[in-house]
Design a protein around this ligand. Structure first.
Ligand code: FEO
Length: 183
């Protein structure tokens, strides 16, 4: 008896997204190595943690496909994105990767809606919310570097930024999570 509860097209699209998340993880790992090698160990650590988070996203897709009776396929990973040219470029690229990924998640949501696959649509809402957090996190990186002086930041302000990011929370604080007790 066929117990698969996913269409073949959604099974394939979700499996592709699993590989996209793995390749994001690969790129952030590579960015983390770049930052650490440049002497920004705190930023490197932040990027390594983010790389792990992307891998966890891949596992979430994998688990969902399996739970619905499908079979995800791990494909060959391409080369990671090239090394950034500067910290500014690094943070801009992180933001761009996140926006690109949001587009991919939205395409999946559209597919699920067109197929009236409400289970998958519901599953994907977690990622819609997660992408808001990830884009906010990336915007925060850009803002923090801007405050530190951007491309003209002093060694001291970069030292402090590196220290802050090494200890930063992995999740962005979202405005909609604020309450009067926890503004
Ligand atoms: Fe898994 Fe940063 O998106």
């Amino acid at each position: 008896m066929d117990t698969k509860r996913l269409s073949s097209s959604l099974e394939e699209a979700l499996s592709t997204q699993m590989n996209v998340e793995l390749s994001q993880s690969h790129t952030y790992l590579s960015y983390g190595i770049w930052a650490t090698d440049k002497g920004y160990g705190g930023i490197g650590n932040f990027l390594f943690r983010h790389s792990l988070e992307e891998r966890n996203h891949a596992i979430k897709f994998m688990q969902y496909i399996l739970n619905r009776g499908g079979k995800p396929t791990v494909t060959a990973l391409g080369a990671p994105a090239p090394d950034p040219q500067s910290l500014q470029n690094c943070f801009n690229q992180v933001f761009k990767h996140e926006v690109d990924n949001t587009e991919k998640i939205y395409n999946l949501v559209n597919m699920a809606m067109e197929e009236k696959d409400w289970a998958t649509w519901n599953f994907l809402q977690w990622f819609v919310k997660e992408q808001i957090e990830e884009e906010t996190l990336a915007m925060d990186l850009i803002d923090k570097l801007k405050i530190a002086g951007g491309d003209r930041a002093t060694d001291e302000s970069l030292f402090n930024l590196d220290k802050d990011l090494g200890a930063a929370e992995d999740d962005a604080e979202l405005a909609r999570n604020a309450t009067s007790e926890n503004p």
